[in-house]
Design a protein around this ligand. Structure first.
Ligand SMILES: Nc1nc2c(c(=O)[nH]1)N[C@H]1C(S)=C(S)[C@@H](COP(=O)(O)O)O[C@H]1N2
Ligand SMILES: [Mo]
Length: 309
């Protein structure tokens, strides 16, 4: 069992190391990435060319690591923001695999350690919005989910993708209660899932994911509200029909399938026009698509985003 004080000290250290490494790496980090490209990846039978992507929120200060790891939503460990950091430490993240199935030509099970080999050491900095109106800027480590999905060869019937979190009430005390319909299920349309901003994420701040942030592997969909980004996933299903997600089951009027960040559409119980950046005092206006409209708005052309909230 980890004590919170230990955890904090470790985290402060790793954030400091990360900052230092980052400021001095610069060009050599890119050489490292080029060095990775062309290496055959064990178990995956395919080569990933690691392409460094530019940081997506370059001028915005990062949310401190201790905030990223102590203010969380992960209902499998309780519904308070402090519960995941207090209780997720005991989650066993090895052995771990993700099975990818459904409307695919090549059903596959990926071992987490093979997935880790696919994650280049690149930084992707995203604003992580949550439905409760907070946001963070997090340097995630991951790679486009599309890289994984291409390997299973989705059929022409694959119109949607569903993500499922582990079910294990012994390890996940929240699952002993009917807080949500377990397993936690989320989903995307196939074109959303294939968009390069949709990440399969294995780390943050230069380290493997802390358990409370969804270890060992989670989804990050930065233009959508936080609940779309399922944590600690074990299964991905490609489907012909739109999946029924845990949050839609819990409150169909409150949570929509699309859940694109949209300051014009309020949650029935609160405004979504402004957000509090963790660590800041004054709220800031929320940007449509969380500021990533240039990358993703075209996915929704012709759609009424008030009806399809
Ligand atoms: N399995 C699972 N995934 C989940 C959740 C959850 O309760 N269970 N909460 C979601 C919500 S509401 C948010 S805001 C984000 C929070 O991610 P973070 O704690 O890494 O910031 O995780 C999402 N993924
Ligand atoms: Mo959330």
């Amino acid at each position: 069992m980890k004590f919170r004080s230990d955890l904090k000290e470790h985290e402060i250290t790793s954030q400091k190391i990360w900052m230092e490494r980052r400021s001095f790496l610069g060009a050599s980090a890119k050489i490292g990435l080029l060095g990775l490209a062309g290496l055959p990846l064990a178990g995956l039978g395919q080569t990933l060319s690691a392409q460094p992507t530019p940081s997506l929120a370059p001028s915005e200060p990062l949310t401190p690591l201790d905030k990223v790891t102590t203010h969380n939503n992960f209902y499998e460990f309780g519904t308070n923001k402090e519960d995941p950091s207090a209780y997720a430490g005991a989650l066993k993240t090895r052995p771990w695999s993700i099975s990818v199935e459904g409307e695919v030509k090549q059903q596959k099970t990926f071992d987490i350690d093979d997935i880790l080999k696919l994650a280049p050491l690149e930084e992707r900095i995203y604003r992580m919005r949550c439905v409760e109106a907070w946001s963070m800027v997090i340097p995630w480590i991951g790679f486009p989910l599309a890289e994984l999905l291409k390997q299973v060869e989705p059929t022409s019937k694959a119109k949607f993708v569903e993500f499922q979190t582990l079910v294990d009430p012994e390890q996940m005390p929240g699952q002993r209660h009917e807080i949500l319909d377990w397993p936690y299920k989320e989903g995307l349309r196939i074109d959303e899932a294939m968009n390069p901003l949709t990440l399969l994420t294995v780390g943050l701040y230069g380290e493997v994911l802390p358990n409370q942030n969804g270890a060992p592997v989670r989804i990050v969909v930065p233009w959508k509200y936080g609940f779309k980004s399922a944590k600690s996933i074990v299964k991905i299903r490609l489907l012909e029909n739109m999946p029924l997600t845990s949050w839609i089951k819990a409150g169909p009027r409150e949570y929509g399938f699309y859940a694109n960040v949209n300051p014009m559409v309020d949650h029935p119980r609160w405004s979504q026009a402004k957000e509090r950046r963790i660590g800041e005092f004054l709220k800031r206006p929320t940007l449509p698509f969380n500021g990533y409209g240039d990358h993703v708005a075209s996915l929704y052309s012709g759609m009424d985003l008030e009806k399809n909230f």
